[in-house]
Design a protein around this ligand. Sequence first.
Ligand SMILES: [Zn+2]
Length: 188
Amino acid sequence: MDYTALAVALFSLVWQATAFSATAIQPVSRVRSTNTAILDLLKEGRDRSTTFRGLTEAIDRSNGIVYVEFGYCAFGHLDGCLLPFIASTDADRYVRIVVTPEKNRLSHDQLLGLIGHELRHALEVLDHPEVVDLTTMEAMYRKIGSPIGGGQRGFETSAARAAGAAVLAELIGKARPLQYVRAVARAF
Ligand SMILES: [Zn+2]
């Protein structure tokens, strides 16, 4: 018996078992961010709002990967948006949500409501497998949405409005636990 080969085989088994258990304990969410403050917000939204949690769970069941980042939409005219760009691979579709980093524009809970609103838009795209680029996204929103007007190019949907309002109502009904007050003080 070649002991080196045996050791490698054993190591490989242990490694696979560890990798498997890590995946089983903490599956990677398909709602992501490169920003730790937003990762905290996503966790808080899931913990405090049933609607928010439902939206992220629906995205986790889709073939989409949704990034939520701070940034500007329509040169700052909008507080948040789903960017009209989709990157597709054979397995996944990547979409990106941008929300304003300006704290004076929205309260903490309004920001979570806005993220919920935009997550609903992400699901609208992910629920339509034919949407793979700007053209197909616009065609879909012409069917299910209405133009936002005001000189802005974009669409709004009643489903996203309802999702944002539901998240906000649930948050207002529940005081922020101290852990999140601390987290936000650190993050911002
Ligand atoms: Zn919207």
